[in-house]
Design a protein around this ligand. Sequence first.
Ligand code: KG4
Ligand code: ZN
Length: 334
Amino acid sequence: ENNLIILGIETSCDETAVSIVKNGTEILSNVVASQIESHKRFGGVVPEIASRHHVEQITLVIEEALQHAKITYEDIDAIAVTEGPGLVGALLIGVNAAKAVSFAHDIPIIGVHHIAGHIYANQLVDKLEFPLLALVVSGGHTELVYMKEHGHFEVIGETRDDAAGEAYDKVARTLNMPYPGGPHIDRLAQVGSPTIKLPRAWLENSYDFSFSGLKSAVINTVHNAEQRGEMIKPEDLAASFQASVVEVLVTKTIKAAKEYGVQQVLLAGGVAANKGLRTGLENAFQQLPTVKLTVPPLSLCTDNAAMIAAAGTVFYQKGQRSSFNLNGNPGLDI
Ligand code: KG4
Ligand code: ZN
């Protein structure tokens, strides 16, 4: 039989993740060792701590992924590893683990861009139909990516300042919530009303985004209320903030989907776990029934290695291979 087995490795930020994926679509195992507890007390990811955890975890996580999938190194056709962007020390652990396994067991390696991984998470739940548009929203990225075929990525819009997830995390910190704040704001927003007036950065005639003005407006609202001794309901502030983020993301995605005449729209990245965004997109795409909207389950939205293996499968089939010169590249372009 013609089964293609890819081992995926992802260590770009604060999750040590290894996954085995069959034929680019079927997850045989998907292990994620999260470091969130170690970074929480610092209010964000500490790069040096992240690297140290990856070193401790990577071999164990690889072994666990093989065991869960009930396979051995012999069964693996290629290793797909995140080469960037991300924290350089963190990336180096994954890349060197991939090289070690590659060298010891004579298995080819393929370097994968982290965002390509997030996009290909969708292939684990749905068939991709081109041309398509991906809305990638994570802690480090906010991008609209047009794909006319497999492996072709054209960034048609990106953030000019903060990423959407970064804005969520900073607003959460202002409201004294633990890191990462996105899920907390999301939960709070469900029980609040969007009654507080906040800006929307439309950046006319562009698919670019900007969230730093919105973030500052939220922080100012909190400080002004404190000074005047007024009470603001945190749930209303969360709902108002989320309404602003979601309205801009959904409006620009719909506009781009129409202009580029795409078959499918994919949601990707950690912020894709956001309930408001998922509901907002689902409602908006009911008005555009010719375009298929695909939204991955929460576990495939945040960082994982199944998405890296899924992307790696496509690149493998296109004949791409990396050499032993493969290196972690924190500023890698897609
Ligand atoms: O993709 P990801 O796991 O890591 C990066 O590549 O950045 O995304 C993490 C980001 C964090 O900023 C986190 O707060 C945000 O995704 N996030 C959310 C939600 N779940 C995670 N933001 C808003 N609502 C959520 N439900
Ligand atoms: Zn990510």
